[in-house]
Design a protein around this ligand. Structure first.
Ligand code: SAM
Length: 252
């Protein structure tokens, strides 16, 4: 896979790309990432990438010309990309989208800054607009890294077979079940007996039941929040044998 990340802050992005799973994928030759600072495509001596908004208002808007030049140059040299625009108004990112993007050979991710993009960047090119969630970041770099990591770890062979993504939350209908490792007892908190019973059937049943409970609790939390689009995440840091998210109908 070949990814191009367009960012005004490549130095903020590179260190993360070179660590852990993403670093391994690059060293294995499964992934190549080019960071493109589109300031290099400006034509004025101040290398201007932003300007004041027409109609007034606060902040600075990203100019279209250097971004068009950068994208067109990349496509001339490498062929067409699936182009992702990171922005709060995009479709919320999820595991389904990550799986879809993991099959894309050439992905371009455009990270905004300041007040965001001149609207003609959207009008003049076809984008897959992706939001990380209903909050506003200062720039698209963290969002791009989240998209890249979620997609790359689903590329076949990137994760070791011991870390199969098929069993994880959002891959099926159920959230992942609670996990434990050694020590068996830690600060008075004990690993559930069933997990050390050696009874594989009982372990599987316990895990499925835990997954069901967590999924149901999370579903109700989302309903209570009025969320139409559940994007659950389990608090993996909470200890104990009980589901680690709180049931909204149960007092704390
Ligand atoms: C300060 S934000 C611009 C916010 C924009 N004025 C608005 O209100 O929608 C600057 C850049 O950060 C990125 N960004 C901010 N929040 C994001 C989110 N939730 N998902 C993806 N990208 C985001 C986008 O690339 C955006 O262009």
């Amino acid at each position: 896979m070949f990814y191009a990340i367009l960012t005004l802050f490549p130095g903020a992005v590179r260190p993360y790309l070179d660590e852990s799973i993403l670093g391994i994928a690059q060293r294995q030759g499964k992934l190549a990432v080019q960071l493109v600072d589109w300031r290099g495509y400006t034509r004025d001596r101040h290398r201007t990438v932003d300007d004041r908004p027409f109609g007034g208002g606060p902040g600075m808007v990203l100019k279209p010309d250097p971004i068009f030049d950068a994208v067109e140059d990349l496509e001339r040299r490498h062929g067409a990309f699936h182009k992702v625009l990171l922005c709060p108004r995009g479709r919320r990112f999820d595991q389904r989208k990550a799986r879809e993007l993991s099959k894309v050979e050439q992905l371009l991710l455009l990270c905004g800054r300041y007040e965001g993009f001149d609207e003609r960047i959207r009008q003049g090119m076809t984008w897959d607009e992706i939001s990380l969630g209903d909050f506003v970041l200062a720039g698209g770099e963290l969002a791009a890294l989240c998209v890249v990591e979620a997609a790359v770890r689903l590329i076949p062979g990137v994760l070791g077979c011991a870390e199969s993504p098929e069993l994880e939350s959002f891959e099926g209908e159920l959230l992942d079940y609670p996990q434990y490792t050694r020590p068996r007892e830690f600060r008075g908190m004990v690993v559930p007996d069933v997990l050390v019973s050696g009874d594989h059937g009982a372990v599987a049943r316990w895990r499925e039941e835990q997954s069901r409970q967590l999924t149901e609790i999370r579903r109700r939390l989302h309903e209570a929040d009025g969320c139409a689009h559940p994007a659950p995440a389990v608090d993996e840091t909470s200890p104990g044998t009980e589901p680690t998210v709180r049931d909204p109908d149960t007092p704390p």
